[in-house]
Ligand binder design. Structure first.
Ligand SMILES: Cc1ncc(COP(=O)(O)O)c(C=O)c1O
Length: 321
């Protein structure tokens, strides 16, 4: 059987695959099993932000010589180094990272952090947004998920676009009841065709969240690590969220990994009530690649911006120079 026939018989998918049997990837190209070259406009959908096969990052993947696996209850220096790096790269007072294996798990963890911290159970999100595939993530995603899956989380309210003054008024009406654990959105909504909300909406929601004791979760799984022209899309609005979700481009495609980061204050308050076990979260090999990827990203951001950013300045160790 050829690849297509094997795929059809054994591989679970939502729809029909493209007619490309991928052999290799290099720079901006995919090379198929017959050696034909395609420009890869998809780039893994917010994964290969630096292109494929970057020499420094590939070297980190190939030369990794650390432990096969580290149990979550042990200490592992590269975990702490990556967490420190994320604390410096992300906006505002975000400081404490939890390990995950990908975006859905990061979002799920963020919802749990908000529930543990606030003691509340309702959520507000943007109608038709996408935050992943778990029951929690689908509950805060498009309302029509409820037609496919009958028992999603209750009390998940959706704000219709456009995200303007009227939408802000609706957010306030919901938050005023003081039962909303978190408001969650992508700061630039990739999953609604790169929808850019009005800055007053984003800043207004931030203020309302603070006023009514609701956490602001920024889902930067797709927008993070340079996708929108700043390191994180929050920076376009000067937004300092309480929780920020990451995945996809954190390793540039070399390993499944995600992270959720929150403030020291929140992390301290939920200690003992929230913790991600995540067997394969931050696998040592993926961490080595993530560190190389983020150092490289720091170096080019510094080169292009001319003025080293706070995080780049601190973490240029081992960069391409
Ligand atoms: C904004 C956003 N959040 C969460 C996810 C889920 O990430 P993953 O596929 O790594 O579980 C995605 C995936 O496309 C996404 O775009």
């Amino acid at each position: 059987m050829n690849a297509r026939q094997l795929d059809r018989k054994y591989f679970g998918r939502q729809g029909e695959p493209e007619d490309v049997v991928v052999g290799h990837s290099a720079g901006s190209y995919l090379i198929d099993s017959r050696g034909r070259k395609y420009i890869d406009f998809m780039m893994g959908w917010c994964v290969g932000n630096l292109g494929w096969g970057n020499t420094e990052i590939r070297a980190a993947a190939r030369t990794f010589d650390g432990p096969e696996y580290v149990h979550p209850n042990y200490l592992y220096r590269p975990w702490a180094e990556l967490a420190e790096m994320l604390a410096h790269m992300t906006p505002g007072a975000l400081a404490v990272s939890y390990r995950t294996t990908g975006g859905t798990e990061s979002v799920e963890a963020a919802l749990q952090i908000a529930m543990a911290y606030t003691g509340r159970g309702s959520f507000v999100s943007i109608e038709d947004s996408y935050h992943g595939n778990s029951i929690g993530a689908m509950s805060i995603g498009a309302s029509d998920n409820r037609e496919k899956f009958k028992s999603l989380l209750p009390n998940c309210h959706k704000i219709e676009t456009p995200l303007d003054a009227r939408a802000l008024g609706k957010v306030e009406t919901l938050l005023k009841k003081r039962d909303v654990a978190a408001f969650i959105m992508e700061p630039i909504i990739c999953n609604l065709g790169a929808l850019v909300p009005e800055a007053d909406f984003v800043r207004g929601v931030r203020k309302l969240c603070t006023r009514y004791g609701t956490l602001f979760i920024a889902d930067e799984v797709a927008t993070g690590f340079g996708r929108t022209g700043t390191l994180f899309a929050c920076e376009h609005f000067g937004l300092e969220p309480d929780v920020l979700c990451m995945a996809k481009a954190i390793t540039g495609g070399y390993g499944g990994m995600g992270a959720v980061i929150t403030t020291s204050k929140i992390a301290k308050a939920i200690k003992g009530r929230f913790g991600m076990y995540s067997t394969y979260g931050w696998h040592p090999r993926a961490v080595a690649v993530a560190l190389a990827n983020l150092r490289y990203l720091s170096a080019i951001a510094t080169r292009f911006s001319g003025t080293p950013t706070r995080w780049a300045n601190t973490f240029l160790r081992g960069s391409p120079g």
